[in-house]
Design a protein around this ligand. Structure first.
Ligand code: SF4
Length: 324
C-alpha cells in the first residue's frame, strides 16, 4: 500500500531573542516517517521532545521550516487555512485532556456531531449519526443528553474518540490518548482505538510520553529526543531488544510487570538539555550511561538507530555490570 501520510525531513524552528539577537531554535530537527492505511505509528518522547509540535505540524497548526508533508498523495505543508479545511475532514486530531477539551455547555450529542456542523453533514441524519458514533465507542445512546461534567474520565475520552471518527477520517492523530486515566481505563481506551482501527480501516498516529502505552497498539514506533528520532522501528522488536540507550532507559523507567524478568532500572543522570544549547556530538551523551569519548564530539550517523554503539540485546548499564 502507498503511505497515507509521508513526513520527509521535517524541521520546525521557533524564533528566539529580541530584535537585536534574533535567532532560531529547532523544535523538530529533521524527521521522516510514513504511515500506511490501517497502520498505527507511535511517537514517543519526554515532554519537550518535539512530538506534539510535530503532530501540530502534520495537522497544519504549526508552520514547518523545512521538509515536506504529504497526505493522501498531495503536499499539505504549504496550505492555507481554507485549503486545510477539507484535509481536516480526512485527518482528525484528538487532543489531550479528555474533560478539558470538551465544551462544558454542550451535550454529548452536540459534541459528537459538532464536526458535521463545521464541515457539513452531507445530508446525514445527525440523530442517527449520534447513535452510530456512540455505539462505535461503546456508549449507550442515552448518553447523548449528558453534559461533560456528568462523564467519568474514560467516558469523556470515548466522546473525544467519537468526535475524532465523525466524518469518517482516514487518519486520526491522538495526542496522549490515555493521559490522566487509571491504568485499567487506559487499557480500555487503547483497546477501543485498536478495535476502531481494524473495523474502520483507520491509520493512526499515537503520541505519548509513555512507551508502554504503545506496546500493543502501534505497529511501528519512533522515539524522539530533542526533536530528532533516536530510534525508529517495529514496536515489538524495540520492546524485546531496544538498540538505543535512550529507548532502553524509557523502557526501564516503568517496566511491564513480568515475574520472569529482572529489570535493571536505568537512571538517567542530568537534566534534559535546553534546545538553546544542544550538546555536541551525540546529543544524548550528557545523559547516556554508555557514552564514550567519541560520543562527545562526533554525531552518530543517520539511520534507524542513531548511536555509535547500539546496544546488544539484554545489555545492562555499565555501572551495574561493574557492580557484579
Ligand atoms: Fe550513548 Fe554514545 Fe550512543 Fe550517544 S552515541 S547514545 S552517547 S553510546
Amino acid at each position: 500500500d502507498d503511505p497515507i501520510l509521508s513526513v520527509d525531513d521535517v524541521q520546525v524552528s521557533f524564533p528566539v531573542g529580541g530584535l537585536a539577537s534574533r535567532s532560531a531554535i529547532l523544535g523538530v530537527a529533521g524527521v521522516s516517517f510514513q504511515v500506511r492505511p490501517g497502520e498505527t505509528f507511535a511517537l514517543v518522547g519526554e515532554s519537550g521532545s518535539g512530538k506534539t509540535t510535530l503532530a501540530r505540524a502534520i495537522n497544519g497548526l504549526q508552520e514547518i521550516s523545512a521538509g515536506s508533508i504529504t497526505f493522501e498523495g498531495g503536499r499539505i505543508d504549504r496550505l492555507g487555512k481554507r485549503e486545510m479545511k477539507p484535509i481536516r475532514k480526512r485527518m482528525s486530531m484528538m487532543f489531550q485532556d479528555p474533560v478539558g477539551s470538551l465544551s462544558p455547555r454542550m451535550t454529548v450529542g452536540d459534541l459528537v456531531t459538532e464536526p458535521y456542523r463545521i464541515h457539513g453533514s452531507d445530508g446525514r441524519d445527525l440523530r442517527a449519526e449520534t447513535e452510530r458514533l456512540l455505539s462505535l465507542v461503546g456508549l449507550p445512546a442515552n448518553f447523548a443528553s449528558r453534559y461533560p461534567h456528568q462523564l467519568s474520565g474514560g467516558q469523556a475520552r470515548r466522546v473525544g474518540v467519537a468526535r475524532a471518527i465523525a466524518l469518517d477520517p482516514a487518519l486520526v492523530i491522538a495526542d496522549e490518548p490515555t493521559a490522566g486515566l487509571d491504568v485499567s481505563v487506559q487499557g480500555e481506551v487503547l483497546n477501543l482505538l485498536n478495535d476502531l482501527r481494524e473495523r474502520l480501516g483507520l491509520a493512526m498516529v499515537i503520541i505519548t510520553h509513555n512507551l508502554h502505552v504503545v506496546h500493543h497498539v502501534a505497529d511501528r514506533t519512533a522515539v524522539m529526543y530533542l526533536g530528532r528520532f533516536v530510534e525508529k522501528g517495529e514496536t515489538e522488536a524495540m520492546f524485546s531488544a531496544p538498540c538505543h540507550p535512550y529507548t532502553a532507559a524509557l523502557l526501564s523507567a516503568n517496566p511491564e510487570p513480568d515475574p520472569d524478568k529482572v529489570h535493571d532500572r536505568i537512571t538517567l543522570p542530568a537534566e534534559v538539555p535546553s534546545l538553546l544549547s544542544r550538546p555536541s556530538g551525540c546529543e544524548f551523551h550528557t545523559r547516556c550511561p554508555w557514552a564514550q569519548e567519541t560520543c562527545k564530539t562526533v554525531p552518530p550517523p543517520p539511520g534507524d538507530v542513531t548511536c555509535h554503539f547500539p546496544l546488544a540485546p539484554g545489555a545492562r548499564p555499565p555501572e551495574l555490570e561493574s557492580a557484579r
